[in-house]
Design a protein around this ligand. Structure first.
Ligand code: ADP
Ligand code: MG
Length: 330
């Protein structure tokens, strides 16, 4: 590290004390956890390791107003969502943390949110890195999936039905309220804020969809863009029914243009978008029941023709201006 004149770096004692106090927990599943130069994981025979990383930067991926407990939850949730999209069982994660100050209260609350979600999914923290710098969290998750059994973006086939879990658009609606573009009654704001700050990764659904779904992706950057990735990787097109998209009562009560914006280009939904053969509907519904998550059929895969979105009357929607989120274009 470069020497710095500004005394913002925690002393080495601060760094190690933070790690010891907040991030060192005994591991049960991993062969070795925090404390050595590497962690050691032991995936079961016949399984592939599923690995994914997500980086969260203050002001870019979260607002400075978010409670640290919720931030800890979300940082892990967005990573677990990637494992869910692959149908992988979560095993362990690492945390790289950049902090402006060695703030014990902040880190304690962050760790609480992180470990509460980790515990809910039986996953353990096995290592990481801690440094002084702008508030940034980078988590890498490790999961396992039977060799050849992962759900991929590339498996959608013409005729497949298109499904989404949960409801879409609330996280974006909350963001618009934070930005001052929309105002909501307090109770409604609390509800959509929860969608933004406490997303629930659909891990159980991803697992239940193994062998049923032909393709899957988690919705992080907006439905149109994320569906576009599936279409591109699968070499197919799709017809999406706008009115079939599941939305909360709060969003359903907003003007149609705002609904379109939030549902189609919202981002931060962390629901699963997946495809399955049309005749597998009963199996999909059974998987959703098993995972205790609602799923809705929202369209179908076509042989070509790109992506078309229609309303209930069959009219094509104008999708111009509804681009997916791009960090370098924003
Ligand atoms: P190294 O110098 O080998 O990178 P560190 O001194 O950075 O090791 O870290 C010591 C131990 O603490 C390592 O096992 C590392 O994985 C762990 N660790 C550091 N920061 C974190 C963190 N934020 N969360 C979990 N483990 C951490
Ligand atoms: Mg280190």
């Amino acid at each position: 590290m470069l020497p710095s004149r500004t005394a913002i770096a925690p002393s080495p004692a601060g760094e190690f004390e933070l790690i010891r106090r907040h991030f060192t927990r005994p591991v049960r599943r991993a062969a070795l956890g925090v404390g050595d130069d590497c962690a050691l994981l032991a995936p079961r025979p016949g399984m592939q390791l599923a690995v994914s990383t997500d980086l969260l930067v203050e002001g870019r991926h979260f607002l400075s107003t978010v409670a640290p407990r919720r931030l800890g939850h979300k940082a892990l949730a967005v990573n677990l969502s990637d494992l869910a999209a692959c149908g992988a069982q979560p095993l362990a994660f690492t945390l790289a943390l950049s902090l402006p100050r060695a703030d014990d209260t902040f880190v304690g609350a962050l760790a609480e949110g992180l470990f509460a979600l980790a515990q809910a999914h039986g996953i353990e923290l096995v290592g990481g890195d801690t440094t002084a710098g702008p508030l940034t969290l980078c988590i890498t998750v490790f999961g396992e999936v039977p060799a050849g059994g992962a759900l991929l973006r590339s498996g959608a086939r013409p005729g497949d039905a298109l499904w989404v879990s949960g409801t879409l658009g609330d996280a974006r609606l909350a963001l618009e309220v934070f930005r001052g573009a929309v105002s909501l009654p307090g109770e409604d704001f609390d509800a959509v804020r929860q969608a933004l700050e406490l997303p629930q990764p659909r891990v159980d659904l991803g697992l239940a969809l193994r062998g049923i779904a032909t393709a899957a992706i988690d919705l992080s950057d907006g439905l149109l863009g994320d569906l576009g990735h599936v279409l591109e990787r699968s070499g197919v097109g799709a017809e999406l029914e706008f009115d079939a998209l599941p939305r909360s009562a709060v969003l359903a009560g907003r003007p149609r243009a705002l609904q379109q914006h939030c549902l189609l280009a919202g981002g931060d939904d962390y629901e699963l978008l997946f495809t399955a053969p049309a005749q597998a509907e009963a199996q999909v519904l059974q998987a959703a029941r098993q995972a205790a998550v609602a799923v809705h059929r929202v369209g179908r895969i076509t042989a070509g023709g790109g992506l078309q979105v229609r309303d209930a009357a069959g009219q094509l929607l104008d999708l111009r201006g509804l681009a997916s989120y791009d960090h370098f274009a924003a």
